[in-house]
Design a binder for this molecule. Structure first.
Ligand code: 5GP
Length: 190
């Protein structure tokens, strides 16, 4: 997606440790006009799939998913990050390793909001090593819902998450694919 690539090139900041900061338009301050274009693009890609629910993960996926959901006209469910002791039997849960924080946490979704008969599109801001997406995939599997695919805003294609998830037969559509990046050279797209 041209507009998104231009924005990443202009305002993205590459940090040591393979982290791309997009705080000025996606992860802290949010450019809603840009999110609208992202939402339309996800609709173009997944609009024929009979999606009736969008699933994401807190916190940064929520805004993106909500704007996209206005085009799909479906509700958004977001997986909550939780301390294990807070988890009750009424939830689907999975354990996820955070790429940016390098720690493990549980994610949970209430059984009230996901189940058999649902056709689910997963939306998230980044795909790096695939842990967040694998956790959400696990929750969808537990619920008996069907995973239509994953819509990702920025895929760091030099990390192995995309390959891992696609090798599982899951459709992954990323609007910007970063082939390589460095603090000196900036971002190169695939
Ligand atoms: P994964 O689970 O695929 O390794 O990483 C995906 C999650 O980690 C995303 O939900 C995102 O919040 C975070 N993440 C991974 N890489 C980056 C990055 O380069 N920049 C930012 N801002 N977040 C990232």
């Amino acid at each position: 997606m041209q507009l998104l690539e231009e924005r990443i090139r202009r305002d993205g900041i590459v940090r040591e440790g393979n982290v791309l900061k997009v705080d000025s338009f996606l992860n802290h301050q949010i450019d809603v006009e840009l999110l609208n274009e992202i939402g339309k693009e996800f609709l173009r890609l997944f609009g024929d799939e009979g999606v009736n629910k969008i699933l994401t993960i807190e916190a940064s996926g929520i805004g993106i998913a909500c704007v996209a959901a206005q085009y799909f006209k479906v509700p958004v469910v977001f997986a909550k990050k939780a301390a294990s002791k807070n988890i009750s039997g009424d939830t689907y849960t999975s354990c996820v390793h955070s790429f940016t924080k390098d720690k493990y946490y549980d994610i949970m979704v209430s059984k009230d909001f996901l189940g058999e008969g649902d056709r689910v599109l997963v939306i998230d801001d980044f795909l790096a090593k695939g842990a967040a997406l694998l956790g959400l995939t696990d929750i969808i599997k537990q619920s008996g819902a069907e995973l239509v695919g994953a819509g990702i805003v920025i895929e760091k294609a030099f990390q192995d998450g995309g390959k891992k998830i696609r090798d599982m037969g899951i459709r992954v559509e990323s609007l910007a694919r970063v082939a390589s990046m460095s603090p000196e050279g900036g971002v190169v797209f695939a």
